[in-house]
Design a protein around this ligand. Structure first.
Ligand code: NAD
Length: 381
């Protein structure tokens, strides 16, 4: 196994990071002022509204988002919320963040009195999202929340309701919803170029490292591979097929019960049926590497993404030929688009709102129920 991969597995970074972690690649090192290949064009002057964002949770992915935001024109990192004073200091120095925009987990409700922050991006362990998002909403700020939005649909719905009640927007960090090759397949499917959709395959997995990390602690993760990486196939099946599944079956395999304790799934195979007659066959795992593939088959052709959901470059082809859309820095484009959604009411091609997150949680609840009971679970929408 190569040293870089070993290092990343030790860190416990996600599969996405394992394969494509951009900050470890010299080619993508941040050099403010110089646009990188694939970034949003910066030659067109922009004088529209700018979303001023505070990041909560200064861990691995928070760092990736912060770096990507340096290339945004419509979104700007202006604040942080962290329990670790030394991290706050480092981020302040790196991103020029004033003291008045720095909070910890005890005092961040005071963000309500800060007119210089529009939105908080919650990038903490999964099980914390629910309470944190609701606190941010009550403080009157828009919320962007990482996937999975919560650890079940009930919590997700409570978050949606709290944001509605507070009159703020809730968006989920579904970066693939803005990725050009993904969007091209969605366009082809909508235009009928793939015919009637019959089948989707989603493979999502990586070999997870350090057994002590929060991803393997149910109290913080809410589950195992399904919550962390399987959710990409759950979510992807919906935007690829263009429907929500109406039944779910699922089976779990556990080869290492010491590492993957009760409630922390190692590998789950799951199947969906869609109202139009399509079926899906997917795998979510923490025990195999190089699993990041989407395959969509219709009566008129096929589309494949391999890799499908890493940080990129995403690669793809269809029965009509290779997909040549440019590589973009996912988090840069996501934050540009989210600025437009929050500040200008833009409607994205694939929704990223809280309701969209709840749909995935509802399906994940059904997958876990199918594993527990061995039954086929019907889903009503
Ligand atoms: P991480 O462990 O690197 O960072 C988590 C951060 O939360 C750390 O800074 C940690 O100090 C902080 N934290 C706050 N309260 C904590 C507590 N009680 N216990 C543990 N840590 C606590 O994790 P990460 O990889 O940055 O993941 C964070 C979130 O981002 C997860 O929900 C994950 O699913 C999501 N994520 C999304 C993507 C994506 O591509 N969209 C990629 C990676 C992670």
């Amino acid at each position: 196994m190569n040293t870089r991969r070993k290092f990343l597995q030790k860190l416990g970074a996600s599969a996405l990071a394992l394969a494509f972690i951009p900050e470890l690649s010299p080619a993508s090192s941040t050099d403010p002022g110089k646009p990188r290949a694939g970034d949003q064009p910066t030659d067109v002057p922009y004088d529209g509204p700018v979303l001023r964002v505070a990041i909560m949770g200064l861990g691995n992915y928070g760092g990736i988002v912060a770096r990507a935001m340096q290339d945004c024109r419509k979104a700007r990192l202006v604040g942080v919320i962290s329990g670790t004073p030394s991290k706050i200091k480092n981020w302040q120095a790196k991103y020029n963040i004033p003291d008045k925009n720095c909070y910890n987990y005890e005092n961040f409700d005071a963000i309500r009195n800060n007119p210089d922050i529009d939105a908080v991006y919650v990038i903490t362990p999964n099980a914390l999202h629910h309470d944190e998002v609701i606190r941010v909403a009550k403080a009157g700020k828009h919320v962007i929340c990482e996937k999975p939005m919560a650890i079940n649909a009930k919590e997700g719905q409570e978050m949606v309701d709290a944001c509605k009640a507070a009159g703020v927007k809730l968006l989920i960090g579904y970066r693939m919803h803005f990725e050009p090759k993904t969007l091209e397949i969605i366009r082809m499917r909508k235009a009928g170029e793939l015919g009637r959709i019959m089948f989707f395959q989603g493979l999502s997995g990586f070999t997870i490292g350090d057994p002590g990390q929060w991803r393997l602690n149910k109290a913080l993760s809410g589950g195992g591979s399904m919550m962390d990486i399987g959710i990409y196939s759950v979510n992807g099946s919906r935007y690829m097929v263009g429907e929500n599944p109406i039944w779910v079956t699922a089976e779990e395999t556990k080869t290492n019960p010491q590492k993957f304790r009760e409630g922390v799934d190692e590998t789950i195979q799951f199947q969906f049926g869609f109202p139009g007659g399509a079926v899906a066959s997917c795998l979510s795992t923490y025990a195999m590497n190089d699993l990041d593939r989407f395959f969509l088959d219709g009566t008129g052709g096929y589309a494949e993404l391999l890799p499908a959901t890493g940080y990129g470059p995403i690669q793809g082809r269809t029965s009509r030929g290779p997909l040549n859309q440019p590589h973009v820095t996912h988090q840069t484009v996501q934050m540009e688009e989210m600025s437009d959604i929050i500040l200008q009411g833009k409607q994205p091609i694939v929704p990223v709102d809280g309701e969209e997150g709840v749909k995935d949680m509802k399906i994940i609840d059904a997958i876990y129920e199918a594993v527990r009971t061995g039954r086929k679970i019907e889903l009503k929408w």
